[in-house]
Write a protein that binds this ligand. Structure first.
Ligand code: NOJ
Length: 505
């Protein structure tokens, strides 16, 4: 066993926005296949594909109406097979996204449940009578509003922690468990190297549907969602791990465990459960050295106790782009470059989100272009996630930037001319070349050891590799020898704030 997932870098492909092969303005599997050499040259170990299954697209694929097929918008099963084969030929792993917490309201199970209240499929969901003329309890949806929608015909309510078009499954029902095993096997048989499990801490709900103490404003993490994060999950993941281990090639699960408490996260990655859990700490961290150091220590200690690697994530399809979060403009870009060298120096597994390597900022979209249900369900109070999902600029300029020959599903900004893959390739000062260099030089196995450093600085070694990040201190002198890589190509003997370096010691 080489446990490849312990120190891999996986590149998240947001399928709608990566590359469009047929000119309909929406990315597809064939588009991805044609761009695999780019991913290979970047230097990552594999890709994670966001959902490409048949879906009405209310939550852009996280509302699945058939778990064992490809949405015609994205291609066919034959295209999927060709993509997996192409990736494997290039030595890239392929991880697919599964969405077990909820189906689409267009899934045959839910349609059956609505069509006939006596249908056995109704038991797969949470249909409950209302209380005092309202929903069964006060639970709210992560997308805004109540987590319950009234079904006109029966007068009962059904549960949806996300959009009403994403009814939650009841995982205490045996048929749900059995049918998902079949689904896992379907994709394992097709050669996938692993699964990303959507909202993996939420599948079972406490059966008494107890009220929860919701913080205001709602937090990014679900530590307060005490009716989720149920003990039954651990048996389920043990079963899945056993099932996947019947297949050759060390298939892997990475869970989307949206909890802040790392001891709680660690329970999901014990040796016989999921291999990895996304670590969302850095998505919500301020640019503050002491806070960052505490986070790194906290994650490494908690997961170290169960022998699991930590994962490091700076961007994904649900949060604002990193340079924007870190202040935007030149300062945001400088910090994002410094953070990239931190990300790829830390021990464990790293996830990159497409476009992160290009240094893309969050796009300000006009309201009439927005598509995220979060925007609509909160009456525009929360802008939602469209701004980080704008398709990738490959070359040239608007409207298609080489992403599509048609009209891209979200408008792409003129300013991205300077940031296309074609423009950045070969320019040693570019964000793309920084990522390529870092991915080639990144340390793998050696443990992290902190060095003494002043306030505002992160300084650690991994064997004879050293990473220094000046987060928010005054300029510090750099050692005269051993420079491997710098986030700012113009450094001159000093390391100013918002920059980082890698050294060979
Ligand atoms: C987490 C996914 O990352 C997000 O995009 C989606 O909206 C929710 N889960 C619901 O499936």
């Amino acid at each position: 066993m080489n446990e490849w997932w312990r120190d891999a870098v996986l590149y998240q492909v947001y399928v709608r926005s990566f590359a469009d092969s047929d000119g309909d303005g929406v990315g597809d599997l064939e588009g991805i296949r044609s761009r695999l050499p780019y991913v290979r040259e970047l230097g990552v170990d594999g890709i994670w594909l966001t959902p490409f299954y048949p879906s009405p697209g209310v939550d852009h694929g996280y509302d699945v109406s058939d778990y064992v097929d490809v949405d015609p918008r994205f291609g066919s099963l034959a295209d999927f097979d060709a993509l997996v084969a192409g990736a494997h030929e290039l030595g890239l792993r392929v991880v697919v996204d599964i969405v077990p917490n909820h189906t689409s309201s267009e899934h045959p199970w839910f349609r059956n449940a609505l069509a006939d209240p006596a249908h056995p499929d109704r038991a797969r969901y949470f249909f409950r009578p209302g209380r005092d003329g309202g929903p069964p309890n006060g639970w709210t949806s992560a997308f805004g509003g109540s987590a319950w929608t009234r079904e006109e015909r029966s007068g009962e309510y059904y549960l949806h922690f996300f959009a009403p078009e994403q009814p939650d499954l009841d995982w205490h029902v045996e048929s749900v468990r059995r049918d998902f095993e079949g689904m896992l096997r379907f994709w394992l048989d097709r050669g996938v190297d692993g699964f990303r499990v959507d909202v993996a801490h939420a599948l079972f709900k406490a059966q008494d549907l107890r009220e929860m103490d919701e913080p205001v404003p709602r937090t990014w993490h679900g530590d307060w969602l005490t009716a989720l994060d149920q003990p039954e999950l651990h048996d389920l993941y043990r079963d899945w791990r056993r099932l996947a281990s019947e297949y050759p090639g060390e298939r892997m699960f990475v869970g989307e465990i949206v909890l802040r408490n790392q001891e709680s996260v660690a329970r999901y990655v014990r040796p016989d459960e999921l291999q990895l859990a996304f670590n969302f700490a850095f998505l919500n961290e301020h640019w503050d050295a002491e806070a960052m150091k505490a986070t790194i220590d906290d994650c490494c200690t908690a997961l170290g106790k169960v022998g699991a690697p930590v994962t490091w994530v700076l961007e994904n399809h649900d949060v604002d782009r990193l340079p924007t979060r870190l202040g935007g403009g030149e300062r945001g870009i400088a910090r994002a470059r410094a953070a990239a060298l931190l990300l790829l120096a830390l021990p464990g597994t790293a996830f990159l989100y497409q476009g992160q390597e290009l240094g893309l900022e969050e796009v300000e979209l006009p309201d009439d272009a927005r598509q995220d249900p979060i925007f609509f369900r909160t009456g525009g109070e929360r802008l939602g996630r469209d701004g980080c999902r704008v398709p990738l600029p490959w070359q040239d300029g608007p409207p298609g930037f080489g992403f599509t020959s048609g009209k891209s599903w979200l408008p792409m900004p003129e300013s991205w001319r300077a940031l296309t893959v074609a423009t950045q390739t070969g320019d040693r000062r570019s964000n793309l070349e920084l990522y390529r260099a870092a991915l080639a030089l990144r340390p793998r196995a050696e443990p992290l050891e902190w060095r003494e450093s002043g306030e505002g600085i992160l300084d650690f070694t991994r064997g004879n590799f050293r990473c220094i990040v000046n987060v928010n201190a005054d300029d510090v002198p750099l050692p005269g020898v051993g420079l491997l890589l710098a986030s700012d190509p113009d450094l001159d003997g000093m390391l100013p704030p918002d920059t980082s370096v890698w050294l060979r010691t």
